[in-house]
Design a protein around this ligand. Structure first.
Ligand SMILES: Cc1cc2nc3c(=O)[nH]c(=O)nc-3n(C[C@H](O)[C@H](O)[C@H](O)COP(=O)(O)OP(=O)(O)OC[C@H]3O[C@@H](n4cnc5c(N)ncnc54)[C@H](O)[C@@H]3O)c2cc1C
Length: 381
């Protein structure tokens, strides 16, 4: 077997979009993914896919019609409340940013790529430059791979490829989202589905927030946004596996003065999981291009979650694939240089947006958040 020209590390939205785009153009590649199989549902959640970015990548990948089968156009509604549950704004209905479950998006992309192009169970442990001045990849399963013309790090926030290019490392934002679930069987489900309905409900109070979002199968995911030390869930203070203890901690230490509806959400929440939010710095977006290596998606420009992450990741893939096709594999380093020059400003903008958005979300004043949203171009529908 000949070595494919391109290795993509990471089979998330970024890596799989790039794989599909290369597939369409007949450029050989392989994807190394740490998950053991396509049934690993380690990460779920709903993502809004924007018309001019994420959807455009799917359009170019020939997958927009497939996407539309799963896209939830009713779920673009957005409601803003204060901590007392007072509704301040409803907007977003009909916005060209339909929601799709992350697992559904992944499946659409996987179904469009030959199975043999994905190497499951390949968690990259390290990457170094070989004698041929191209990366050598080492995996946790004991295997090694090399000889690629280009290795693309699409391996997310904690990219193992990034250190080949830059010293930049993610910085802790001071904020944690505690994810939880209200399923159909939950006694609160009927009440919640009437009050939250379709789409997303965001409640803002001083230094805290609650996000409630309907998922593809109708269940609700709730995120409790708190300020806490980086090791809050690792230092033994709270065990998220202990549902009662986690509920008590949230009720007494964080949400004691919130509305009854918000407290009910906590009292009925199950399946807790913590998302510790990290970001790269805007100044990190200016590395000198390294032949044979590129970064894309969160690996390139991790930002505090701001609703753009997946869209920019897919845009990176589209831009990088377009440049590779334009220059050809023999001049792939030139393609990467041009891709990077266009990607850096996107990276700076999303990192700044993440800081600004999360700052106003945690600021305690829902109106300030609303102003920030509008400043970013959101329009009341
Ligand atoms: C709580 C939360 C909510 C979010 N909500 C939204 C939202 O609503 N809208 C939005 O646009 N963005 C959202 N984001 C951000 C979004 O998830 C990311 O920006 C997006 O997933 C980036 O895609 P990616 O493919 O670059 O990285 P990832 O989605 O992180 O995918 C990386 C892939 O690489 C694999 N991988 C990682 N390490 C290795 C390794 N060492 N070896 C091999 N494979 C590896 C992973 O298993 C994964 O498949 C959210 C983020 C969080 C934390």
């Amino acid at each position: 077997m000949t070595t494919p020209a391109i290795a993509i590390v990471g089979g998330g939205p970024c890596g799989l979009t790039l794989a599909r785009l290369l597939e369409c153009k007949g450029i050989d590649y392989v994807v190394f993914e740490r998950d053991e199989s396509d049934t690993s549902n380690r990460v779920g959640g709903s993502l809004d896919i924007h018309g001019d970015t994420g959807q455009e990548a799917l359009r170019q990948a020939g997958l927009i019609e497939e996407f539309k089968k799963y896209a939830r156009y009713d779920d673009t509604a957005f409601v803003l409340t204060d901590k007392d549950g007072k509704r301040l704004l409803q907007m977003g209905e009909g916005r060209d940013a339909p929601e799709i479950d992350r697992v559904a998006l992944r499946q659409i992309l996987l179904d469009a790529i030959p199975k043999e192009k994905i190497r499951w169970g390949h968690a990259l442990t390290s990457a170094m430059m070989g004698e041929d001045k191209r990366p050598v990849l080492r995996f946790a399963n004991g295997t090694e791979a090399s000889g690629f013309k280009l290795v693309v790090g699409a391996d997310g926030a904690w990219s193992k490829i990034r250190s080949l290019i830059t010293k930049a490392t993610p910085q802790y934002s001071g904020k944690i989202f505690i994810e939880s679930k209200i399923g159909h069987e939950n006694p609160l489900y009927q009440t919640l589905s009437k009050s939250a309905g379709a789409g997303m409900l965001l409640s803002i109070g001083p230094k805290k927030l609650v996000v409630t979002q309907r998922q593809g199968d109708g269940h609700y995911r709730n995120y409790f946004g708190i300020l806490a030390p980086e090791d809050f869930f690792r230092n033994g203070t709270v065990n998220l596996g202990d549902t009662e203890a986690t509920r008590s901690m949230l009720l007494s230490d964080f949400y004691a003065d919130w509305s009854t509806e918000h407290k009910d959400l906590i009292k009925h929440a199950t399946d807790f999981r913590a998302w510790t939010l990290y970001t790269l710095a805007p100044e990190d977006m200016n590395w000198k291009s390294v032949p044979g290596v590129a970064l894309a998606g969160d690996a390139a420009h991790l930002a505090i979650t701001n609703g753009e992450g997946v869209n920019l990741a897919m845009t990176d893939s589209l831009n990088l694939a377009t440049k590779i096709v334009q220059y050809g594999i023999e001049h792939v380093d030139q393609a990467v240089q041009e891709y990077e020059a266009e990607m850096f400003p996107r990276g700076v903008a999303t990192i700044k947006m993440g800081h600004q958005m999360i700052g106003s979300m945690y600021g305690g004043d829902p109106k300030a958040f609303l102003d920030a949203l509008m400043a970013e171009g959101a329009q009341e529908v």
